[in-house]
Design a protein around this ligand. Structure first.
Ligand SMILES: NC(=O)C1=CN([C@@H]2O[C@H](COP(=O)(O)OP(=O)(O)OC[C@H]3O[C@@H](n4cnc5c(N)ncnc54)[C@H](O)[C@@H]3O)[C@@H](O)[C@H]2O)C=CC1
Ligand SMILES: O=C(CO)[C@H](O)[C@H](O)COP(=O)(O)O
Length: 299
């Protein structure tokens, strides 16, 4: 299969690598020429403009967007619009708001798949977990690519109609916020508490058989190993917040109480006062661990 990839950053480059490794062809485009050159080095066919990108794709186009959520998706779709028809398929693998995806699916001339992607740059070798919404035929058509990008056939599922993939990913991120908050509070108490503990050791022993073992906890262990038990220079101002905000808004709309996710989101907003809380500093280091988001450092 031939896949066109737009957006070759931390995540898009992994989609390129895994798709190529599975024996497919990739045409790659990004606004950043260096990113295009990196994809070309990996074996993709580089495109130097969106027009060139479209020209290189066959008549039944299979296109994966991995650009930042929001305006970049709309701008790209507008530019593609005149080159698409009902036999084509567009996948949005970013963290788009699910209602935007429903709107885009209605207006896009191609079949539109909203694909929540979890695993982050750090999960590249394993493959991602993919939560896909949209028409069944388009999902079936893209199955070989999903097999390649995900951990394998078990790493992707069609969730339901348009919007459902990004809806599931939004709530996944809400859970992620709450788990980070829970680990952060536990380690903060251990750090401030009665014993002089080595937190890497604590995380390590918990990761070996404890009820609360997890990948996030492995990333806690890595954080303490690499930064020190006091997290060194990691600052406490935590960025991000959009997917958590959408989850809380949806909870309010559905009248489903989400006290943990709401508290975790509030803590993140509260972190912007820069008062040095350990739990927030750990959250910062974990966002680097799974997402390769920049770690703010204090002086
Ligand atoms: N980093 C992570 O852990 C995860 C990120 N995501 C989502 O995946 C998407 C991409 O994330 P990252 O790769 O981390 O971002 P990134 O910032 O590393 O890469 C984005 C790339 O898109 C390119 N780009 C921006 N606007 C463009 C346009 N109009 N046309 C062509 N290229 C354009 C940029 O030049 C850049 O190379 C986002 O929606 C993000 O929320 C999803 C799951 C995990
Ligand atoms: O989707 C992700 C992980 O699953 C991304 O890393 C996302 O950026 C995390 O959300 P936030 O930036 O709000 O922390």
């Amino acid at each position: 299969m031939q896949l066109g990839l737009i957006g070759l950053g931390r995540m898009g480059q992994i989609v390129v690598d895994r798709t190529l490794a599975a024996g497919h062809d990739v045409v790659a485009f990004d606004l950043d020429d260096e990113a295009v050159a990196t994809a070309a080095d990996a074996g993709a066919d580089p495109a130097d403009s969106l027009a060139d990108f479209v020209d290189q794709l066959g008549s039944e186009k299979r296109i994966w967007l991995m650009v930042p959520a929001g305006e970049a998706v709309d701008v790209t779709l507008e530019e593609l619009e005149d080159h698409l028809d009902g036999d084509d398929v567009v996948v949005d693998g970013g963290n788009s708001y699910f209602e935007d995806s429903v709107r885009r699916a209605e207006s896009c001339p191609a079949a539109y798949l909203d694909c929540g992607t979890s695993g982050g740059p750090a999960g590249a070798e394993l493959g991602f977990s993919l939560m896909v919404g949209g028409p069944q035929w388009a999902y079936d058509e893209l199955e070989p690519v999903f097999d390649a990008v995900a951990t394998g056939p078990d790493g992707h599922e069609r969730m339901g109609p348009a919007g459902s993939g990004h809806y599931v990913k939004m709530i996944h991120n809400g859970v992620e916020y709450a788990l980070m908050q829970a680990y952060g509070e536990g380690f903060e108490l251990l750090h401030e508490g009665r014993f002089d503990l080595d937190l890497e050791n604590v995380a390590s022993v918990w990761n070996n058989g404890a009820v609360i073992r997890s990948w996030l906890l492995e990333l806690c262990e890595e954080a303490f190993r690499e930064e020190g038990t006091d997290l060194g220079t990691v600052a406490d101002r935590v960025e991000g917040g959009s997917t958590g905000t959408w989850t809380v808004q949806e909870g309010l709309e559905q009248e489903v109480p989400l006290p943990l996710i709401y508290t975790a989101l509030s803590e993140r907003f509260g972190s912007r006062a820069d008062d040095g809380r350990f739990s927030r500093r750990l959250a910062n280091r974990l966002r680097y661990g799974f997402g390769r988001h920049e770690v703010p450092r204090r002086e």
